[in-house]
Design a protein around this ligand. Structure first.
Ligand code: DGJ
Length: 714
């Protein structure tokens, strides 16, 4: 008999019908001893007893963890070569239990001692369900995992659409929305190191046709894995869609010795009837509730030295940047690339990665002097590192040439600067080295507040001097398990250090990283117009509080575009605000505006960073407008942003319809920093329902016009 009674407490449905419940959703499975578990429903939370309706309505009936080898005509999650060479697996349920908020369905191959625990985690804090599997080899000899995905989402609905994100350096998170048609759609990362440098591991399935921001049924799914992944969306006929998501199965066969286990990364999913925005808000809340490191703390306004001075950092230059930041009201100064190297100095990007000692020609009194200078101005201090990388022109490479990812027989393919290589994180000595970089910086500078952790190369050479010949195919996975071990050690030792995730911009934006990082650099492209698109895409799955958005110089360094300071601030203020320029390059008028803008941001920061985001008018609509807003959890405060980034005669701003407000409350509207003519709404009060249904008129004139309107409940 199955030990199903433990579950009966959480559902009054017949024991074999398992409800994985969040406050507003249910994933329903059937779990019967001797059979494979099946998915039957994912949607709005079911009442006890509604399982019968699911069956009577002929809903989905799909393997919860399909294995290859028997009746496996569709996409599979698991494929194993057993110790005797048999490539087929047939899983059957042996039991089920709950541990805290995790439901664990135990399975075993019908003939072999190969075990799978299929896990579902669903808490009360958010509507996100996480699923993963634990694979255990109980056979007498090694087995080979050929495919070991995390989980499955199954949907039965004709006319469904897919939203996904792709891009490259400087154009991350570009959104594509398309109907799902029969066939297989595959989304992969083969970078090896920078998991989001290209396509992203997050998708939405809109079940009511063309995706809408604030209406319609939408499922969102995100694979939480820092390495290569594959999402397969298989559409059979017009109405059966299956998403199988997991670690990429190419060149990643993984051997389990007898007794060894492998735990797959989590696939996080949510369901909303409030459109894509509902999915986003669920993911944002899940992040703030724990998946994001330190997700409840407000993030500071910082100035990062990169676009201001690039590698030309030195004491006076940094102090000048600090003075500028201090005058504007900033809170944290970060010295970017260029501060290190002894034998080989980091004057250009072709040397010194790996040699994390101060370049005393640039900074004669070392980093402690920079920390003191920052603190004397009331600023906190942060520093850039790229710990997983090395240049061949470095002392580290001279000492440890075998620490790099490469095969010793091959000529090296080098990255940035023509000399960059990736360190082999599967090697415990390299893990110790990486942990030691952070420990060393904190030891030398006990008040160090922030680290920018960069990563600017893909795995261009395949091979590990650490892994044995028969385990070379573990590299793509063991690199990331090693990285995770290092990050866990760093977090155990330095829980309150703020760490930014950066990878040539947003090349690593993935939930697999976020338990260790407080925020991420959204893109090296700081052009405010392009940022509207990049940030729009990124916010679909990632909370604005974690999105580093910096005001940079005009003309912009990446595009040459000239954009007014107000517009640049208004775009940057929808996430974690910062600066990426020399404040001294601003005119007096601009500096005084920047000062007011930072003070204003501090006032709205709790709403932007801890509130709910509502995307309203999409820049992808092609009309040259964009708008979004943020509403505090108790709905007492909100901030509305709108932008115009195209210009031609007759291009009139749309009527702005707000969202997320309390319909019965009255809100007073107050605009910040407008260069537009003051409008009728200024200082007036409106019902939440009126602002959402009828909306307001707020014209925008010229190109790069924007408005920020603060709403306070009366
Ligand atoms: C790439 C990052 O994305 C930039 O912000 C900057 O830190 C450079 N690396 C420094 O080399």
């Amino acid at each position: 008999m199955l030990p199903l009674l433990a579950l009966a407490a959480s559902t009054a449905a017949p024991a074999k019908d398992v409800f994985i419940n969040t406050p507003r959703t249910t994933l329903m499975l059937s779990v019967n001893e001797g059979e494979t578990p099946r998915i039957h429903y994912y949607g709005t939370r079911l009442r006890p007893g509604q399982a019968r309706e699911v069956y009577d309505a002929m809903s989905i009936n799909y393997d919860a963890y399909p294995a290859f080898g028997r009746d496996s005509f569709d996409e599979t999650a698991l494929s194993v070569t057993h110790a005797d060479g048999n490539m087929s697996t047939e899983l059957a349920v042996t039991g089920m239990r709950t541990e805290g908020d995790v439901t664990i369905i135990s399975m075993k191959d019908k003939k072999y001692d190969f075990f799978v625990d299929l896990c579902y985690k669903a808490g009360a804090a958010s509507d996100v369900i996480e699923t993963w599997s634990v694979l255990r080899n109980g056979e007498k000899k090694a087995v080979r995992l050929e495919q070991y995905a995390s989980g499955v989402v199954a949907v039965r609905q004709e006319g469904a659409w897919l939203t996904h994100f792709h891009g490259n350096w400087g154009q991350e998170a570009q959104m594509t929305e398309e109907p799902l048609t029969p066939g297989l759609k595959t989304i992969v990362s083969h970078d090896g190191v920078r998991t989001a440098m290209g396509e992203r591991a997050e998708v939405m399935l809109s079940l009511d046709g063309r995706p809408a921001e604030n209406s319609g049924r939408v499922i969102g799914a995100a694979l939480c894995w820092t390495g290569n992944y594959k999402l397969r969306i298989d559409t059979r006929g017009k109405h059966c869609h299956t998403l199988v998501a997991g670690i990429d199965d190419l060149h990643t066969a993984y051997t389990l010795r007898p007794g060894e286990t492998f735990t797959t990364p989590e696939l996080a999913m949510t369901y909303s009837t409030e459109g894509k925005g509902g999915v986003s808000r669920a993911f944002h809340r899940w992040g703030r509730a724990g998946k994001l490191h330190n997700g409840r703390a407000l993030r500071e306004i910082l100035l990062n030295s990169w676009e201001g001075v690039y590698m030309n950092v030195n004491q006076p230059v940094c102090e000048q940047l600090m003075d500028g930041l201090k005058e504007l009201g900033g809170e944290l100064f970060v010295v970017d690339d260029g501060w290190f190297g002894r034998k080989y100095r980091r004057t250009y990007d072709d040397k010194a990665l790996g040699d994390w000692v101060t370049d005393t020609e640039k900074l004669p009194d070392g980093i402690p002097a920079l920390v003191r200078a920052a603190e004397a101005r009331g600023l906190k201090f942060g520093i850039w590192i790229e710990p997983e990388m090395v240049n061949t022109t470095s002392e580290l490479y001279e000492q440890h040439p075998d620490w790099v990812v490469a095969h010793p027989t091959r000529e090296l393919s080098k990255g940035r600067g023509g000399t960059q290589l990736v360190l082999d994180m599967s090697n415990p000595k390299v893990q110790d080295f990486v942990v030691g970089i952070v420990d060393g910086l904190v030891r030398e500078n006990p008040t160090l507040h922030y680290i920018k952790w960069d990563c600017n190369m893909s795995m261009q050479n395949f091979g590990s001097s650490y892994l044995t010949a028969d385990r070379q195919s573990h590299l793509f996975v063991d690199y990331h398990l090693g990285l995770r071990k290092a990050l866990e050690r760093i977090r155990a030792a330095h829980p309150s250090l703020v760490i930014q995730l950066c990878a040539s911009g947003g090349g690593r934006v993935n939930w697999g990283f976020m338990p260790y990082f407080d925020e991420f650099w959204v893109s090296d492209n700081t052009d405010a117009q392009q940022r509207l698109f990049i940030q729009w895409g990124t916010s679909h799955f990632f909370p604005p509080m974690a999105m580093a958005q910096h005001v940079s110089a005009s003309p912009n360094h990446q595009t040459g575009r000239v954009i007014p300071l107000k517009f640049r601030f208004d775009v940057a203020m929808t996430g974690r605000l910062g600066m990426e320029m020399k404040p001294s390059d601003l005119s007096d008028d601009e500096r005084s505006y920047a000062k007011r803008a930072m003070a204003f941001y501090k006032e709205i920061r709790p709403v932007v960073q801890l509130g709910d985001q509502y995307r309203l008018v999409s820049p992808y609509d092609g009309n040259g407008f964009c708008s979004e807003m943020f509403v505090s959890e108790d709905k007492s405060e909100a901030v509305f942003f709108c932008y115009k980034f195209q210009n031609y005669v007759g291009l009139d701003a749309p009527r702005w319809h707000m969202a997320g407000l309390d319909p019965d409350a009255s809100y007073r509207l107050e605009e910040f920093g407008s260069t537009e003519r003051q409008h009728f709404f200024e200082g007036k009060s409106f019902a939440g329902s009126f602002l959402m249904e009828t909306g307001i008129d707020a014209p925008l004139s010229g190109q790069f016009a924007s408005r920020v309107i603060r709403l306070r409940r009366q």
